[in-house]
Structure formats: C-alpha cells, structure tokens
Design a protein around this ligand. Structure first.
Ligand SMILES: [Zn+2]
Length: 434
C-alpha cells in the first residue's frame, strides 16, 4: 500500500469513511453514523462552512451545510450522500470489509460504491473549488444523511420533516446510483438516473394451531406461510414501460444495433451484459421474499409464522400491486405494511440534465448518456416531499470487466482509484458551471 500522501485525496477520504463501521442492520438497529458525520462535518468546517447536525435518534446523525454560490439568482442545488452501509459478512470477503484496503488499483470495502465514494467526491470537489478561491455557480446544500439503507426513517425523512428550512430555496438534487459507465456493444456509455421505483415492504403473518409435531394438523402456520411466500416469490410480473424506460430501450436498441420491433424488452436488456443488472428490474414490479421467521423446536408446530417481502413497483402502482398480492395469497394471511415510499420520474431534459450530460461529455467525449429508472430507492424520495427534483449522478468511468451492479450490497465491494478521480473532476465541473 502506498503511503498516505501518495493516495489521491478522494480515495483517501473514501478509505477513511470505510473504516467507520456504519453498518445499518435495519428495523432501527444500527452501529450509528455519528463518527462518520462528524468526520465529514469537520472537513466541511475546514473549508469555512457552517454545519448543522441533526440527530434523529442516539447515534443517527446527519450533517448539512450551505455553500454560497456565485449567482444568487439561481435556486440552490442539494448535493447529498448517505453515510450508512448494509452489513458485510467478513467470512465471505477476501479483505476486511471495514479495512479500506487498496489493492490492484482499487479501493475495497463496504461502502466503496454505496456510497462513501460519492461522499468523498462531494467533499473533495468542494475542496478543489473553495480551496482555489472559487465558488460554485449556484448555492449548494450539502447533506450527508444517516439511515438511507433502511428507508431514511432516522435520516433524510427525519431531517426533511423536522428541519425543512435547511433545504429552503432548493429545487433540485443530485446523489447516488447514476452517472457511471456501462459497456454496451463495446461502446462506453453512461446511465443517468432520472427516476426511482416505489417501494412497499410488507410482512406476512400466518396463524394456525400450535400443537405437538406428531399430530395431524391441517391448520399449520408454516405450511400456510410457505404457500404464500412461494406464490409471491414466483409471481412473474408483466413488463410495464414508462416514458423513461421506453426512451432507454430505444437508445439501447440503437447502440446494440437491433430492431426493437423484433427483439422484446427483456431480451434487449439482457443483451447488454452486466448493465442488465441495473435495468432489468426497472421494466416491471418485483416482489422478493427476503426473510422467514417461524418456530422454536423441531417437534412443536408454532402458532405463527412470518415472512418479509420486498416489493418494488413503478410510481403510483403501489396500491394496485398490494391488491394483487392480496388476491394471490388469499385472506387467511395478514399483510402488514412495514414501510413504503413513493416512486419518482423526471423527464430526461432541462438545464440540469443538459449540464450533467455536458460535464460527462467534457471528460469522455462522444460517449452516449442514457436515462434510466433506479430499481432501488434513494434519499431523493424524502427530498421530493419538499418539491425537490432528484437525480442519480455520482459519475464514475469504469472498466468494462467490472460487474458494477454486482458491487452494490455485494461481496468484495470495490471501486477503481482512477474512477474516483474521474468522478471528482466531472462533479467539480458540474458544480462550477451549473
Ligand atoms: Zn446507497
């Protein structure tokens, strides 16, 4: 490993962020984000900025700062990241997930792509701008949120609900999972995230008769639950295109050189290779069982059995999909909605889109930039409650052989060091000019 001062500043800050174990286990259980928030806050304060810390609960700290712009007639832009990460099981990893290892030209660790990389890019872009005596074109509201990985209940939603004045004057936002490159038919192209699917997280509860495991019991909670889980998990949801996915498919067909009237959406998307990992789930609803809980002893039939299901629908389809799930599993199983959040969809045009496309084009001339919907969700959902339009723009230029979609919440999460430098430069240009 090279000594500290030989590592680029963006990689170094991302590395230090990875070393804060900010694991978010969900359902309010978390290692907390306070240390990471204070570390980022100190870097912002080092640039002469005033920070606001918001604690949604003990250890659940978000930090927000305003950066004055050159042009006060323009509305403010929110530039945000989250500091929490999903759990990592070290036994599956080749490196310590919280070690911040640098190896083979990459930074390894939980959060390397989701999204301590972008947190570091935001801070170092500001260091580059303010450190050289310049100012961003418009006022920026920089926010590092806690709890994004569990829907932002103790993060963005809390801050937006309790401190909305921190975002006064902002109309647009940029954050994670967009602006990165994918290789399509040998052509490096960029996916810019212009919308997000909605999410509905439900719990199924099956009830039956508790009894000795040797008896004849038809009213078995585990059997009932298993039937419902299998029905939901194997449901084939139909393709449902929106303006964004239609535009994306048209562009994909052109780049992949296929006739969209002869090749179906799924086939077209699968032909893109690893990029399909980002796109396939945006064509339809998905409903994945993710957790099962029942029983306590081999020879005791339990009276309840529970399952968690992660449902992602297109914007506005949430209630219709819940209705279909209800029909699919029957009235015997209780459905508890644990958490839900809206979908978002912006058109692929306007000054901010032009500026993001332009900033990528300045650093990778001629590379196509395509709009896409995110199958997951981000803190942009919370900001949407304030009328702030959010996009995914954490620019990275990536090698063709890296399975980038597989890095998100994956084992051996890692990011090329030179992709971080690329990202900081593109982001710096955007903030200076937009
Ligand atoms: Zn994320």
């Amino acid at each position: 490993m090279p000594p500290h001062d030989e590592i680029d500043s963006t990689a170094r800050i991302a590395q230090e962020l990875i070393r804060f174990d900010t694991t978010n286990y969900g359902e309010g259980r978390s290692n907390g984000e306070t240390d990471a928030a204070e570390y980022l806050g100190a870097l912002l304060e080092g640039l002469g900025l005033t920070t606001d810390y918001v604690d949604a609960a003990t250890g659940r700290t978000s930090v927000i700062a305003r950066v004055p712009g050159r042009n006060p007639s323009k509305p403010a832009l929110v530039v945000h990241g989250h500091t929490d990460v999903v759990p990592a099981d070290p036994t599956n990893w080749t490196v310590d997930p919280f070690g911040g290892t640098i190896r083979d030209g990459m930074l390894w660790g939980r959060g390397a792509v989701d999204m301590k990389n972008m947190d570091a890019m935001i801070v170092t872009a500001l260091q580059e701008i303010l450190g050289s005596g310049r100012q961003p074109e418009r006022e920026l509201i920089v926010a590092f949120f806690s709890d994004e990985e569990n829907g932002g209940v103790f993060g963005s939603h809390y801050v937006v609900d309790h401190r909305p004045e921190l975002f006064a004057g902002a109309t647009e936002a940029i954050s994670e999972v967009g602006g990165y490159s994918v290789h399509l038919n040998g052509q490096r192209s960029y996916l810019l995230q212009t919308g997000e699917k909605a999410l509905v997280w439900i719990k199924l509860v099956a009830r039956g008769t508790a009894a000795h495991g040797s008896r004849v019991i038809r009213d078995n909670a585990v059997t009932k639950l298993a039937r419902a889980v299998a029905a939901i998990g194997s449901r084939e949801w139909p393709v449902q295109l929106t303006a964004t996915t239609e535009q994306l498919l048209g562009e994909l067909a052109r780049i992949m050189d296929v006739d969209p009237h002869r090749v179906g959406p799924d086939e077209l998307v699968l032909s893109t290779g690893t990029a399909a990992g980002f796109i396939q789930a945006t064509l339809r609803t998905t409903s994945n069982p993710t957790l099962l809980k029942a029983g306590y002893k081999h020879n005791v039939i339990p009276d309840t059995a529970e399952a968690l299901i992660d449902i992602r629908t297109l914007a506005g389809e949430e209630d219709a999909v819940l209705e279909e799930i209800r029909e699919l599993i029957g009235d015997d199983i209780e459905i508890v909605v644990m958490h839900r959040d809206i979908g978002l969809e912006n058109t692929f045009d306007g000054p901010l889109v032009d500026a993001m496309v332009g900033a990528l084009g300045a650093h990778d001339p001629g590379a196509p930039v395509l709009p896409y919907l995110l199958s997951g969700g981000t803190d942009n959902k919370a900001l949407a409650k304030l009328g702030i339009r959010g996009y995914g723009f954490a620019p990275l230029q990536l090698p063709a052989e890296l399975d980038f979609p597989g890095m998100f919440h994956g084992v051996d999460e890692r990011v090329p060091l030179d992709a971080l430098v690329f990202g900081r430069r593109v982001l710096t240009d955007l903030l200076l000019t937009y």
